[in-house]
Design a protein around this ligand. Structure first.
Ligand code: NAP
Ligand code: G4F
Length: 329
């Protein structure tokens, strides 16, 4: 039985990756930071199958302990302060978790279990103000936020540990990937949650920022398969994972509203508060290398993704509405 240690296991990707590894027969260890109110929403259904270890990416001692306990064959470092907008209001915490946290995790592995295979969750945000389109593994980085700067550090320290210590360390440069488990502050989920609220009569407007930004959006469930594939290769390497299609935020909004028979123009209000100090205008990935070497391919299309997320939010909010009615009557 293979053993995997996952950081960020309560997040969107951590939950899908845990499911995948459990299906493959892995023993899954999840690093979880202490919170005053436990948040197992994404992993509630598999909570009892995961071995939980307390720890924090900013605390090296806790990571050493986690590697000692789990003795992993594979380590997936998914934990991060992952919301770009927050990285301007909390730049230092972002650097400590999203940048230095990677070195902490790499050091823990190097000291305790140096033969473990290591996956680092790098990001298309590193391409930022893009210098070529589409973006691939060789495209230079031009980060546009404290988050992206931190991810560039995390990327290069992973490459450096591979080259310095011969560790099997891979960096997955993943373009935006979404799902019904996406955090509510990210634009896709904010839109599908907003559409569901409006459709159910719980809200009458949706306030958004820049509708012109373009992203290469895929389904998170497809993307975690690529993470696993990277660690099954003969040699460690870095890979771009993307759909090769780009869409504006406006297109996402249009599809989500029209799917429930509404015209987005009647409800969407542009709000300066959601405009960023520096924007990433366009992301479009070229994942030829992943297709050829990993045999990875996307399964869920852009339209299917939007509809899946709208359906899930309508179902979730309808259930909580009927629960409230039940409690009142
Ligand atoms: P997410 O839903 O925001 O999950 C982040 C996870 O990190 C959560 O489990 C969170 O725990 C944990 N975490 C945060 N700070 C921590 C700390 N100090 N110590 C330990 N754990 C901590 O993110 P995601 O969308 O699943 O993304 C997973 C990774 O891929 C992240 O590194 C992200 O930056 C990167 N990435 C994501 C995308 C994307 O489109 N989703 C694209 C490229 C790269 P709590 O539950 O306690 O908050
Ligand atoms: O959904 P977003 O917040 O995601 P963003 O900034 O692209 O970052 C996500 O993807 C990265 C991969 O490229 C990850 F590394 C990162 O961790 C995260 O998962 O914003 C997408 C776009 C931006 O251009 C933003 O300005 O949507 C635009 N937008 C317009 N109105 C909005 C809003 N974004 C948010 N969050 N909220 C709005 O109201």
């Amino acid at each position: 039985m293979k053993r995997a240690l996952i950081t960020g296991v309560t997040g969107q990707d951590g939950s899908y990756l845990s499911e995948l590894l459990l299906e493959k027969g892995y023993k899954v260890f999840g690093l979880r930071r202490r919170t005053s109110t436990p948040n197992f929403e994404n992993v509630e259904h598999i909570k009892d199958q995961i071995e939980w270890i307390d720890g924090d990416l900013t605390d090296l001692a806790s990571l050493i302990r986690a590697v000692e306990i789990s003795q992993p064959d594979e380590v997936y470092n998914l934990a991060a302060q992952s919301f770009v907008a927050t990285s301007w209001s909390q730049p230092i915490a972002t650097a400590q978790i999203t940048a230095l946290g990677v070195t902490n995790m790499l050091e823990a592995v190097r000291l305790v279990k140096p033969d473990a295979r290591f996956y680092q969750a790098s990001s298309s945000e590193m391409f930022g103000k893009v210098v070529e389109t589409p973006q691939k593994e060789t495209t230079p980085f031009y980060p546009r936020s404290p988050y992206a700067v931190a991810k560039v550090y995390g990327h290069w320290i992973t490459v450096n540990y591979r080259e310095s210590f011969g560790m099997f360390a891979c960096s997955g440069i993943l373009f935006n990937h979404e799902s019904p488990r996406r955090g509510l502050e990210f634009v896709t989920r904010k839109v599908t949650d907003g559409v569901a609220r409006i459709k159910l009569g719980l809200a009458n407007e949706l306030r958004l920022g820049n509708l012109d930004a373009k992203r290469d959006w895929g389904f998170a469930g497809d993307y975690v398969k690529a993470m696993w594939l990277m660690l099954q290769q003969d040699e460690p390497d870095d890979y771009v994972i993307a759909t090769g299609e780009t869409h504006t935020v406006r297109e996402f909004v249009e599809i989500a509203f029209s799917y429930v028979g509404l015209d987005w123009k009647d409800y969407v209000v542009q709000d300066e508060r959601f405009i960023r100090p520096a924007e990433v205008d366009l992301l479009l990935g070229d994942c030829t290398k992943a297709k050829e070497k990993l045999g990875w391919k996307q399964e869920v299309s852009f339209e299917e993704l939007v509809k899946m997320m709208v359906d899930a939010d309508i179902e979730r909010l309808s259930k909580s509405q009927s629960k409230m009615l039940y409690n009142v009557t």
